[in-house]
Ligand binder design. Structure first.
Ligand code: NAG
Ligand code: NAG
Ligand code: NAG
Ligand code: NAG
Ligand code: NAG
Length: 315
């Protein structure tokens, strides 16, 4: 680009070249049109238009303009009021001392690119270039991705790539699949009196579920005596800091979102710690390593048997 006098000769170069010959610039020198001190080259802002819209290309003129033209790349669209382009979408809007404006209707992707206004004045040539950017509308091109009977597994990021000879456009679409909560089956929990108890309720839901806890039909709120409800995403925890007799019972967790709800119930039941009295009832239930007290238990057991025997022998 920018070297004139080769086979690819643009109108812009011709203007510069003729101007240079006029001033007897030594030929053979590489001539760069950009930054040439003897030509005014202006790069205007890009114009972004949507596909199908009309774009106006306005070129400021001046007092002593002798020739003026609008070019699409290197082909002339209009030279003065003479239309060179055969494209019916291109037409003249204004041509006077102040401005030279043409319009392109129903712009297409192929119209994207540089457009140049070349102005020859009695003093010096001047070019103004403007870059037309076409914004393609994916939806208007009827590109859809059909996902029949969407399921949770299909949630995620989808990428749509539109390719033409000028550019590649990638758009991403986040697909969220909403569904009603489903809670995992609650498991009954055994806790010894005075110990810490924990009931956990897990719900799979999008959007995330809100939880409610009930003791039978009575709603439990956070901060209730000795209890704490803690929600963390999919999980809700009901903690008893110190399980009392009254705490044993049936608890229900309900997970709710805008699409529905799901519930599960847990029974918090008492677990009797192995003590001397339980050992007496079930000697086989000794589980811990506390065998040092075994002798005492056996002793008590024997004494009791003897007492019963003595009692029976009375009759
Ligand atoms: C105009 O658009 C072209 C092509 O996308 C880009 O290279 C150039 O930097 C843009 N110029 C301005 C002034 O935004
Ligand atoms: C501009 O030039 C390109 C490439 O030759 C062509 O496809 C497009 O139709 C032209 N647009 C106009 C408005 O002349
Ligand atoms: C649990 O509660 C009982 C009865 O109120 C009390 O005697 C005991 O000290 C408490 N234990 C703890 C660890 O707070
Ligand atoms: C616990 O309560 C729920 C809801 O009231 C009920 O459906 C369930 O049968 C109860 N479970 C037990 C073991 O009582
Ligand atoms: C718990 O779920 C069952 C069905 O799974 C429903 O019949 C019942 O009404 C629900 N209970 C509550 C309190 O939402």
């Amino acid at each position: 680009m920018g070297v004139c006098g080769y086979f690819v000769v643009s109108w812009k170069c011709l203007v510069v070249l003729s101007f240079r010959l006029l001033f007897l610039v030594p030929p053979g020198l590489p001539v760069h049109s950009q930054g040439d001190s003897q030509t005014d080259n202006k790069v205007m802002d890009n114009i972004t238009v949507r596909q199908g819209e009309t774009v106006f290309l306005r070129c400021p003129q001046g007092d002593i303009v002798t020739h003026t033209a609008w070019l699409n790349r290197s082909s002339i669209l209009y030279a003065g009021e003479d239309k060179w382009s055969v494209d019916p979408r291109v037409s003249l809007v204004t041509l006077n001392q102040e401005e030279f404006t043409i319009k392109i209707e129903d712009v297409d992707m192929t119209d994207e690119g540089p457009y140049i206004c070349a102005v020859q004045t009695s003093r010096r040539p001047r070019t103004t270039s403007v870059h037309i950017l076409i914004q393609g509308d994916l939806a208007s091109e009827d590109e859809y991705l059909d996902i029949p009977s969407i399921s949770r597994q299909r949630a995620g990021t989808y990428e749509c790539t539109a390719v033409n000879d000028i550019a590649t456009d990638v758009q991403t679409v986040e697909i969220t699949v909403n569904y009603a909560p489903s809670v995992s089956e609650g498991r009954d929990v055994g806790v010894t009196l005075g110990q810490r108890g924990l009931l956990e309720c897990e719900a799979d839901a999008v959007p995330e579920a809100d939880f409610e806890w009930y003791r039978d039909d009575r709603r439990i709120f956070n901060g209730f005596d000795g209890m704490e409800i803690e929600d963390a995403g999919q999980l809700s925890k009901l903690t008893f800091f110190n399980v009392s007799e009254a705490d044993y019972g049936n608890y229900t967790c309900i997970a709710i979102n805008k699409l529905g709800s799901s519930n599960t119930s847990f029974v918090l039941y008492e677990v009797i710690e192995p003590t001397s009295s339980t050992l007496l009832q079930e000697p086989g239930a000794v589980q811990d390593g506390n065998s040092g007290s075994m002798g005492t238990h056996v002793h008590t057991y024997t004494c009791l048997l003897l007492a019963i025997l003595q009692f029976l022998l009375r009759f």
